[in-house]
Write a protein that binds this ligand. Structure first.
Ligand code: ADP
Ligand code: ASP
Ligand code: MG
Length: 484
C-alpha cells in the first residue's frame, strides 16, 4: 500500500472550518487506499501570538521555556484535526513530535532533526489509523522539548516522509505553487511546475518562505519528492520539487527577498602609528592576523556563510575592516562575539544596522554567467536603489538594500529577469555567453595568449548594457545579435 505524508500550514488550519476542509482532503486521500501521515502547524498566527505572550513577561525569554510554550501551538492543531477526522468516522490519532520519534540536537529555538524513530507511527499505520503529528517540535538527548525554527513544520513532514519511506511529501499551503517570486508581492509572478532541489534550496535560503530551507535540504539528501500545493485548490498539481535530472534547469528561476537582514560592518584597525618600528609593526600585524582569523572562524561557526564575509585591507596603512549580512536570529550571538573580541583587537569598532532587505536572483545560470550578477546590480543602480553590498553564493546573486526599497526592487528584478519575457532573457544570456566564448576564442587565436582573451571579454562585458529602466529585452536581443 502506498504511503504519503501530507503537511498543512497555519493558514490551512486557522479555524474549525478550515480544519474541516483539511480533514476532507485527508479523508479523500485515505479513501484511495493510501496510508496517510498528517503533519500540522499551529492554527493561524498561533506561534506569533505565543511569542508575543512570552515577550509580555520577559523581552528575552529563556529559550527552554519558550520552546515549551511554542510547542503547545501545534498540540492544539493535532488534537483538533484528530477530533475532526474521528467525527467523520476515521481512526485518527494525534502524536506530539517526541511521541512521533523526532529527535533533535540540543539547540532550543532552532533545533536540527538528528534522527527519527517512527515506530509508534508505523504501529499506528498498521492499525489502519491516520497519525496526525505536531510539526515544528522534537525532543533532544536530555528528553527536553525543542522547536525547529520558524517554518519548521515543513522539516518535520519531510523528515517523517524520509523515515517512513513515503512516496511523496505533500506540503499544502495558501498558494497553489512555487512561483518565480512571492505572488503576493508581484502579481505577474509565474508558476514553476517543476523545480530542482538545488534551485528550491537557493530560493528558500534567500527568503522565499514558501518552503523551509532545511526541509528542502533534507528532501534532497533523502530523495523525497515534495509537492507544493494549495489547501484551497487541492485538485491543482502544484509544484514538484525533485532531482536535477527530472527538473528543467532554469537560467534564472526566481527572485526572493529576505526583508529582515542585518548588516554588520566591523573596523578592525583604523590607526596608522607613524612612530611604530618595523619590528613592532610586524609583531602587531601577525597578532592581529591571528585575532582576525579567530574572529572570522567564530562568525562562521554562528552560521554566517564565509562566502559573504568581505574582508578588506588597505595596503600601506594599518587598516582593515570586514562586513557581512546575516539573519536577525543570530544578532545577539554576533554582538556577543564582537564584544568579546575587543581584548585581542583593541581598535575594533563596529556598526550593526537592522531592517535591511536582501534581494536575490536565483537560478543555475547565476554560477556560469557572471553578467547576470552585473546586470542585477545595474537594474537597481539605474533605478536609484542604493546598493549596500553585493554577494554571490551557490546559484544565487544577492544585493543588500535599505528595507524601504524592497518591494520596488523585487518588482523591477522580477520584471527584468523573470516576467513573461524571462524565456527571452534566458535565451539572451545564453546568446551573450556564446558571443563571449566566441570572442574569447577569437582573441586567443589572434594573440596566442589567454590573458589578452580575458581582457577582450572584460571589455565586451563592460560594453554590455542590457538593462534599461523600461526594460526592453527585445531591443537588447537585436543589439546582441548585431554585435555578433
Ligand atoms: P504555511 O503557513 O502554509 O507554512 P507560509 O506562509 O510559510 O505558509 O508560506 C506560504 C507563503 O509563502 C505564501 O503565502 C507566499 O506569500 C509566500 N511566498 C514567498 N515566496 C514565494 C514563492 N516564490 N512562491 C510561492 N509563495 C511564496
Ligand atoms: N508554527 C511554526 C511557525 O509559525 C512552524 C510552522 O508553521 O511551520 O513558524
Ligand atoms: Mg511555512
Amino acid at each position: 500500500m502506498s504511503r504519503i505524508v501530507q503537511k498543512f500550514g497555519g493558514t490551512s488550519v486557522k479555524d474549525p472550518e478550515h480544519i474541516g476542509k483539511v480533514a476532507e482532503i485527508v479523508a479523500e486521500t485515505y479513501s484511495q487506499n493510501k496510508q496517510v501521515v498528517v503533519v500540522v502547524s499551529a492554527m493561524g498566527h498561533g506561534t506569533d501570538e505565543l511569542i508575543d505572550l512570552a515577550l509580555k513577561v520577559d523581552e528575552n525569554p529563556e529559550p527552554r521555556e519558550l520552546d515549551v510554550l511554542l510547542a503547545t501551538g501545534e498540540q492544539v492543531s493535532i488534537a483538533m484535526l484528530s477530533i475532526a477526522l474521528r467525527s467523520m468516522g476515521l481512526k485518527a490519532r494525534s502524536f506530539t513530535g517526541p511521541q512521533a520519534g523526532i529527535l533533535t540536537d540540543e539547540t532550543h529555538g532552532f533545533a536540527r532533526i538528528k534522527t527519527v524513530h517512527p515506530s509508534r507511527i508505523e504501529s499506528s499505520l498498521r492499525r489502519g489509523e491516520i497519525p496526525v503529528v505536531a510539526g515544528f517540535q522534537g525532543m533532544n538527548g536530555n528528553s527536553e522539548l525543542t522547536t525547529l525554527g520558524r517554518g519548521g513544520s515543513d522539516t518535520t513532514a519531510v523528515a517523517l516522509a524520509a523515515a517512513l519511506k513515503a512516496e511523496c511529501c505533500d506540503i499544502y499551503t495558501d498558494v497553489d505553487a512555487v512561483y518565480t517570486t512571492d505572488p503576493r508581492t508581484v502579481e505577474s509572478a509565474r508558476k514553476l511546475g517543476v523545480i530542482s532541489y538545488e534551485e528550491m534550496l537557493a530560493l528558500a535560503n534567500s527568503g522565499a518562505q514558501v518552503l523551509n530551507a532545511r526541509s528542502v535540504e533534507l528532501a534532497m539528501n533523502n530523495s523525497v519528492p515534495i509537492r507544493l500545493r494549495s489547501t484551497f485548490a487541492p485538485e491543482n498539481t502544484g509544484t514538484l520539487v525533485t532531482t536535477k535530472d527530472i527538473a528543467p534547469e532554469h537560467n534564472v528561476c526566481g527572485v526572493a527577498c529576505d526583508a529582515s537582514r542585518v548588516w554588520v560592518r566591523i573596523a578592525i584597525s583604523q590607526s596608522f602609528n607613524a612612530q611604530e618600528s618595523v619590528g613592532d609593526f610586524a609583531d602587531n600585524f601577525s597578532k592581529q592576523e591571528d585575532a582576525v582569523q579567530h574572529l572570522l572562524s567564530t562568525l562562521i561557526s554562528l552560521g554566517i556563510d564565509k562566502e559573504i564575509i568581505s574582508l578588506k585591507r588597505a595596503n600601506g596603512i594599518n587598516a582593515s575592516w570586514l562586513e557581512f549580512h546575516c539573519e536577525k536570529r543570530i544578532l545577539r550571538d554576533v554582538q556577543s562575539v564582537l564584544a568579546g573580541s575587543t581584548n585581542q583587537l583593541p581598535d575594533l569598532d563596529y556598526r550593526i544596522d537592522t531592517g535591511l532587505a536582501l534581494v536575490s536572483l536565483v537560478g543555475a545560470g547565476i554560477d556560469r554567467d557572471y553578467l547576470i550578477s552585473d546586470n542585477l546590480a545595474q537594474v537597481l543602480r539605474k533605478n536609484a536603489i542604493p546598493i549596500l553590498m553585493q554577494t554571490q553564493q551557490v546559484l544565487r546573486s544577492s544585493i543588500l538594500i535599505p528595507g524601504a526599497f524592497k518591494e520596488q526592487a523585487v518588482k523591477l528584478v522580477h520584471e527584468v529577469f523573470c516576467s513573461t519575457t524571462a524565456e527571452a532573457y534566458s535565451k539572451l544570456s545564453k546568446l551573450e555567453l556564446e558571443a563571449e566564448k566566441l570572442a574569447l576564442a577569437r582573441a586567443e587565436e589572434a594573440t596566442g595568449s589567454t590573458s589578452a582573451g580575458l581582457m577582450f571579454v572584460a571589455e565586451l562585458g563592460a560594453m554590455t548594457d542590457p538593462i534599461v529602466s523600461e526594460s526592453n529585452e527585445l531591443d537588447y536581443h537585436v543589439e546582441t545579435e548585431a554585435r555578433r
